[in-house]
Design a protein around this ligand. Sequence first.
Ligand code: A4P
Ligand code: MG
Length: 189
Amino acid sequence: MARGRAEASRKEIKVVTTKKSTAYIGLGSNLEHPPRQIRNAMLALDNIPQTRVVADSGLFLSKPMVPPTGSITQPDYYNAVAKIETQLGPYELLDQLQQIEDAQHRMRLQHWGPRTIDLDILMFDDVQMNNERLTLPHAGVQQREFVLYPLHNIDDSLEIPGRGMLNDLIENCPQNGLQYLGTIEGYEE
Ligand code: A4P
Ligand code: MG
């Protein structure tokens, strides 16, 4: 009898596993008060369900990356990186990022063209994948000074899955005029 009760109560125990992932989000803006766009996007990231921002890189100013197919004349970019913890999966997170881009009136007129806000998943745990919707780590992450140096501000011992140690990648990545501007909250336009 006693054994029966114990078995019954064991069955009622629900094991709730809430896997927490760590992801790094790249933020970029070069239209309509970019520092404000970055600040608002950072707050929006922290408001994503089951997600919180645990660190950020501070604010950087960078020269526009030139697309391989030819140059686009556009203003300098403000960039930052956020480290987040989330219980969402990578696709759910991407949906949330695109909703934030839409809320900040992101127009998709030109690939690599000027934008109010761009939110890219740079890394998601140690996931490596490449399909039409999502490439992880983000394509080109290892060559971009406006990604590597901000990441370094958050954690200089990071490894980018499949691409190498952050410190080694930085050694081969010129700063290309990248400037650190200080904290995101403290920066005045
Ligand atoms: N997508 C695939 N993988 C990812 C990922 N890891 N994170 C897909 C986010 N999205 C990912 O993106 C197009 C599609 O990429 C999405 O629908 C998603 O399914 P998009 O943001 O709509 O278009 P985009 O931003 O023009 O393309 P992309 O490839 O994100 O451009 P990049 O590589 O982000 O380059 N210069 C400076 N200095 N600083 C910048 O931040 N950014 C760009 C944009 C160009 N030059 C820049 C900067
Ligand atoms: Mg993007």
